[in-house]
Design a protein around this ligand. Sequence first.
Ligand code: PEP
Length: 253
Amino acid sequence: MRTPFIVGNWKMNLNKANAATLVQDIITGLHTSIHEVEVGLCPPFPYLERISKLLEGSPIVLGAQDGHWAEHGAYTGEVAMPMLVDVGCRYVIIGHSERRQHSGETDFIVAKKIAAALEAGLRVILCVGETEEQRDQGVMEDIVAGQLQGALVECFPDDMASIILAYEPIWAIGTGKTASSEQAQEVHEFLRAWLSRRFGDATAETVRIQYGGSVKPGNIRSLITMPDIDGALVGGASLTAEAFLQIVHQSAG
Ligand code: PEP
């Protein structure tokens, strides 16, 4: 039984004051147990420490939107994985398509970041997904399999206990176009079959695979009831407590 995992990715949004208000509203409105649904928030770096304090005593876990592969050193502007742990993060998003697109992140870098995150004791949300063009060309499976192969090249079955996958079709991120639950399920099933071949059936059965791409209160239920969809990575709809809480509560049970 895989507990659904709903994570809000705030991206580069909000300011210090409204980030704190949003967290407080989410904590106040949350009425599920950690056994029904696990909830996480990924604020921008400057707000992590403050939000970590606000989350103390709540079941919500803190994550970061990225982290660097080096443990420390001369990497101006970067944030190391142990620093994320230091400010209270329990996990980190790696390989988001926006980082692949705007920051030149390759599968090689993604693999190095995964190794650094695991070494630091963080759990990883590894994002994969195809463009609309790739889907139209019928190479979607090759693309996501290639991303998995590149990212998980150094990983062993035991590492998969700390890795969550997020299938995020790029054409559905922030566009309002959602993959239908059937389209998403088809890819999630493909990803799980890939994990089975690479790490064995038992491991593949335990790995959670989130869906991401314009998830909203109106579509979460049909997505979460699919057999291989184990949660959601939520961008835009995580910026208001009401929408995010509706997504969380509809994912429970
Ligand atoms: C995301 O950023 O991971 C995402 C899925 O964004 P949105 O929900 O806004 O499409």
